[in-house]
Design a protein around this ligand. Structure first.
Ligand SMILES: Cc1cc2nc3c(=O)[nH]c(=O)nc-3n(C[C@H](O)[C@H](O)[C@H](O)COP(=O)(O)OP(=O)(O)OC[C@H]3O[C@@H](n4cnc5c(N)ncnc54)[C@H](O)[C@@H]3O)c2cc1C
Length: 386
């Protein structure tokens, strides 16, 4: 494995870093305090070419590799977990799903505008009765002539307010007693679809977590992504990449915790000496740095596997998500602890990361589910740890 970068990769990552320093760093306090998703920065990210890193150039993307994308996400994650998340969402989840499974008409309508930051798409798979058990989803799409009628409720859906359409997983039929799911792209404003912002969560309203209700919502056949019954496979095809993206932004945010902690520990003087002198403070800082490096290399390794053409890396992607989100939780808790009462101020950068870190251990497969996935893979293969 060689993670050295070409001049093109370095230029792209440097441009992302400069974008984040120019557009995100000076504004992150304000949009977090205003509790809103900064759609104006999202649009600028599209103009700067940050939203389709791995999408081929023919469809308006940058046509670059996964390692470059993860390094880019890391740069943005240093300043804002929510904005770095939309790179993964657009490049890996919605973008790759459209690129691989969309018709030309769907690509024209959604993929180009998505990469340019002109539109935003939400993913709606979780339902109130249990997100960890995706197969228990109750939302149904019933074929009626040349259209489908959707009924059901999706919960905890990010970017519900600002998104222009929702990619929703719905049950279309059963085969051998098992439900089969299909993805539909439902435009905002379609009669029968209602989007409601949920009460304020730990992440405040910055990622606009919503409930989406379908009540006899009729969509044309052209809204279906891929074949009937292919929904879970399409969703799973992009999950591994997005778990890698989770790891990348966590690694960036751990670096932010580390920088904050080093600066504070050196400047806070108690009993005539900086608190950096204390071994218990030093241990926290050493832990942060070590976990950051470990998270980074788990991310780069998975990205490298994907760039090498490995199609399924279920265990590695679960390891990245599990390790990096837990490491960020610990790093942010320690960073708050190092700053004492100051660190608990709602608007302090470390407090913001601490809140977001908890949500990262839950979103898109909880830590417990990732642990189960890793064990399942190991036990099924009978592999001996190497
Ligand atoms: C900020 C935020 C944004 C989100 N954005 C989106 C989005 O855009 N789109 C979307 O579709 N969803 C989204 N989600 C939902 C998220 O994916 C789910 O919350 C997650 O999958 C867990 O589902 P749940 O909350 O229903 O918990 P549950 O599935 O009810 O789990 C509850 C607890 O039980 C544990 N548990 C469950 N099964 C097992 C098991 N077999 N063994 C051991 N423990 C188990 C879980 O780990 C968890 O601790 C978001 C969530 C958050 C917090």
């Amino acid at each position: 494995m060689d993670f050295s970068l070409t001049a093109e990769q370095e230029d792209f990552i440097r441009a992302a870093r400069e974008f984040a320093e120019r557009e995100i760093a000076p504004n992150a306090d304000a949009y977090n305090r205003e509790e809103r998703f900064p759609i104006e920065i999202y649009r600028k990210m599209g103009k700067a070419g940050l939203l389709g890193v791995t999408i081929p150039k023919a469809w308006g993307g940058a046509g670059l590799d996964n390692v470059t994308m993860m390094r880019t996400i890391e740069e943005l994650g240093y300043h804002c977990l929510v904005l770095s998340a939309v790179i993964g969402l657009n490049s890996v989840m919605t973008g790759q799903q459209l690129y691989h499974f969309g018709t030309d008409a769907q690509k024209d309508k959604y993929l180009g505008p998505l990469i340019r930051g002109e539109i935003l798409l939400s993913i709606a798979s979780t339902e109130p009765q249990g997100g960890s058990d995706v197969a228990s989803a109750q939302t149904v799409a019933k074929r009626d002539g040349d259209s489908y009628v959707l009924n059901g409720t999706k919960k905890w859906i990010s970017y519900g307010v600002s998104s222009d359409a929702v990619m929703v997983l719905a049950k279309t039929d059963e085969r051998d007693g098992k439900p089969r799911f299909t993805i539909f792209i439902v435009d905002k404003g379609t009669p029968g679809m209602t989007v409601t912002l949920l009460p304020k969560m730990l992440t405040r309203h910055v990622d606009e977590v919503c409930e989406v209700v379908f009540d006899n919502c009729r969509v044309p056949e052209s809204a279906r992504l891929g074949n009937e019954g292919s929904g879970l496979a399409i969703m799973l095809s992009s999950l591994e990449g997005n778990r890698c993206a989770f790891g990348a932004r966590c690694a960036g945010a751990i670096r932010a915790c580390l920088d904050e902690s080093v600066a504070y520990a050196n400047s806070r003087v108690l009993r005539g000496a900086p608190i950096a002198r204390h071994q218990m403070i030093q241990a926290k800082i050493a832990d942060m740095a070590t976990n950051m490096e470990a998270a980074k290399y788990l991310v780069y390794h998975l990205a490298w596997l994907k760039d090498s053409g490995v199609e399924r890396a279920r265990m590695e992607s679960a390891m990245v998500k599990l390790f990096a989100t837990d490491a960020l939780m610990k790093a942010s808790a320690d960073a708050v602890q190092i700053q004492g009462a100051l660190g608990t101020l709602e608007d302090s950068p470390v407090c913001r990361i601490f809140r977001d870190a908890k949500a990262h251990q839950i979103m898109e497969g909880t830590s417990e589910i990732q642990t189960m996935l890793i064990a399942e893979q190991l036990l099924a293969s009978g592999a001996r740890a190497s």
